[in-house]
Design a protein around this ligand. Structure first.
Ligand SMILES: [Mg+2]
Length: 239
């Protein structure tokens, strides 16, 4: 067997897991957009976000994450206003301390590519592509990926087979020649295995109980650090 592509989850995988207070982050938005009703608005946005994560999980990714604009429209936000742009910027920059790429990523990605192995990101996210790309660019890793797929641009989300298939189609790689690295047994490992990819699990994230299931899911490999992925891939390729 030869591994010709490695696809990575983003949050909790390329970016180490942080426990974040989502309500606090939404306050960063609503304090700018509507200071007088900041708490109420943050509650509505936070609730809308949680509902989307639950829906994505409960439908096995058939209904994906959607986009931030859906939350804003539900909350009665005027997304064409300059105030909204400013508030959104404040919200996203509130996430900055939690988005830094694992320092091990560069060496791993360069190592894989140096061996002719393609690399990609597949992330369940409501954020726009431009924000994700800016974060990866900030950390000097954007150019190290052959393909990026964000579920803010797809109808489905992980673990639905269609998003894994989309990535492999664009990489022009068969599932049997591809590995997925992720921190969620259900979304990442089960999803990847369901189309015939190998699943490499990094088990250090504090996944909310409402978004997790490990029933009968066995990763093909478990690693403690991103830097251990290379040896797993080389071992499989030598078998
Ligand atoms: Mg993750």
């Amino acid at each position: 067997m030869t591994i010709k592509a490695v696809v990575f989850d983003w949050g909790g995988t390329l970016t180490p897991w942080h426990n974040v207070d989502l309500f606090e982050l939404w306050l960063g938005y609503s304090n700018v957009y509507d200071p007088e009703n900041a708490k109420e608005l943050a509650e509505v946005l936070n609730h809308g976000e949680q509902a989307r994560w639950s829906r994505q999980f409960e439908t096995n990714g058939e209904v994906g994450t959607g986009v931030l604009d859906e939350l804003f429209h539900e909350a009665g936000v005027d997304t064409s206003s300059p105030l909204h742009s400013k508030a959104l910027e404040n919200y996203l920059s509130g996430w900055d301390p939690h988005t830094y790429t694992d320092p091990d990523a560069i060496e791993l990605l360069e190592g894989l590519r140096g061996r002719g192995i393609k690399t990609a990101v597949l992330s369940n996210t409501m954020w726009p592509r431009r924000h994700h790309e800016a974060v990866l660019e900030r950390d000097g890793v954007l150019h190290l990926f052959d393909y990026l797929l964000f579920t803010s641009e797809t109808p489905a989300g992980k673990p639905h087979k269609s998003v894994f298939a989309d990535v492999l189609y664009n990489l022009d790689i068969e599932p049997k020649n591809a590995a997925f690295v992720g921190d969620r047994l259900f979304d990442d490992i089960h999803g990847a295995q369901s189309i015939g990819m190998k699943g490499i699990w990094i088990p250090h994230s504090n996944i909310p109980a409402s978004q997790s299931s490990d029933l009968g899911i066995t990763p093909d490999a478990t690693v403690q650090k991103l830097s251990e992925v290379m040896n797993v891939v080389l071992d499989w390729s030598n078998q």
